[in-house]
Design a protein around this ligand. Structure first.
Ligand code: HAH
Length: 380
């Protein structure tokens, strides 16, 4: 700084124009070096960029583990390299669900799920289990007897106990947290429980039992209730009340999974904060279990409207930026953030809620390159 002033005094005597030019130059370089925001290079993921060596999980290592939902086929080639670089936790997108893993009574199919669990352990990653009880992707034999009639509550609960005991025991010590019950609450504010076969045959009791049996099979596993739209007032209160009731009656439940299937409009920062604050008042851990940010709002359903416009891109960047800022703030409560799929190359949202409408909901593009939203999420 002193040298700079001396130079300026010297030049000032001789040439006012030159001195003005140098002042501007120095000011520009000073403002870059003193800037409080760390400047992550926008976009370039090349070898000259020191940040390109770091993965998403490394930026967040002091915050929470960053995970991703995978299928066995994503664990090779370029996708595998991307997964190893950016993620430290895995969830099986489908292969641990009741239908694929327990296709017939007394028949378990472990191979696909084992592949993912072994990959996680070989690469020092954590493994989440998804999911033990759900109304979808559940084999139809579960609810029927040999003559095709609906089974009694006693039979269905016995089958549930058998399923949970087998699956949780098989992965004991390998899966550290389970989404025990998925989506048991109704979408409609006027109803509490979703009218699934589980509910119709067993009543609400199956929920508490599922947690109890999972806990008996692996007392060290962290057990989660997992659901979507958990940030909107109606469902937020229902999730809170359900989990509070379970806790009050001594059911072993350790956390709430907020799926995080969000979009360019929702949730608002206020809804997200209110949900986190309300759930954490129960003294439980929260995990974001299935994060993606659809580039379409929930009211947009035209299959032809499927272009990732600059406007949608900017809105997605803003939403990702906001949600990760809030997550960082609540790092003491949030114990994991998992993305639902690896990159925009393929996502379940390419077929939901509109079949065949391409979506671009993740932080990596169709060529597996970090998107602008990625660079914003790691800029803090
Ligand atoms: C999630 N449901 C499930 O938990 C997950 O297992 C699946 O792979 C994808 C999404 C979200 C959902 C849904 O399936 C239907 C309606 C609303 C939300």
């Amino acid at each position: 700084m002193a040298t700079y002033l001396n130079i300026m005094r010297m030049i000032n005597r001789n040439n006012r124009a030159l001195s003005w030019f140098i002042t501007v130059l120095m000011a520009a370089s000073l403002s870059v070096s003193l800037g409080c925001e760390k400047s992550n290079p926008e976009g370039p993921d090349n070898d000259n960029n020191p940040d390109s060596l770091k993965g998403l999980k490394d930026y967040y290592s002091g915050y929470f583990p960053i995970g991703v939902a995978v299928s066995p086929s994503s664990l090779s080639g370029a996708q595998s390299e991307l997964i190893k670089k950016h993620f430290i936790s895995l969830t099986a997108e489908n292969v641990m669900k009741p239908a694929p893993i327990h296709p017939e009574e007394n028949k378990y199919y472990w191979d696909n799920a084992d592949l993912i669990v072994n990959y996680a352990s070989a690469n020092g990653m954590k493994m989440r289990g998804h999911t033990l009880v759900w109304h979808k992707q559940t084999p139809s034999w579960m609810y029927k007897d040999a003559s095709g009639n609906t089974v009694t509550k006693e039979v269905l609960l016995a089958r549930l106990k058998e399923h949970i005991t087998q699956v949780v025991s098989h992965y004991k010590g390998k899966v550290y947290s389970w989404d025990v019950v998925n989506e048991a609450l109704d979408d409609n504010d006027s109803k509490i429980y979703r009218e699934t076969e589980w509910y119709k045959i067993c009543g609400e009791e199956y929920i508490a039992k599922a947690f109890q049996w999972a806990h008996e099979a692996d007392p060290d596993a962290l057990l989660f209730y997992n659901d979507y739209n958990t940030e909107f007032a109606g469902r937020r209160d229902k999730v809170y009340n359900l989990v509070k009731k379970l806790l009050d009656s001594g059911v072993p439940i350790h956390g709430i999974g907020l799926q995080g299937h969000w979009n360019i409009v929702n949730p608002s920062e206020k809804d997200l904060r209110d949900a986190i604050v309300k759930y954490s008042s129960l003294g439980l851990k929260l995990q974001i279990t299935e994060l993606d940010v659809s580039v379409y709002s929930s009211s947009e359903t035209n299959p032809a409207d499927n272009v990732f416009t600059p406007d949608r891109e900017q809105k997605q960047i803003d939403k990702y930026k906001m949600i990760f800022r809030v997550f960082r703030e609540y790092r003491n409560v949030i114990s994991g953030v998992t993305f639902w799929n690896v990159s925009d190359k393929s996502s379940w949202l390419d077929n939901f809620p509109v079949t065949g409408r391409k979506n671009y909901p993740l932080l990596f593009d169709q060529n597996l390159k970090p998107k602008k939203a990625y660079w914003e999420v790691v800029k803090f």
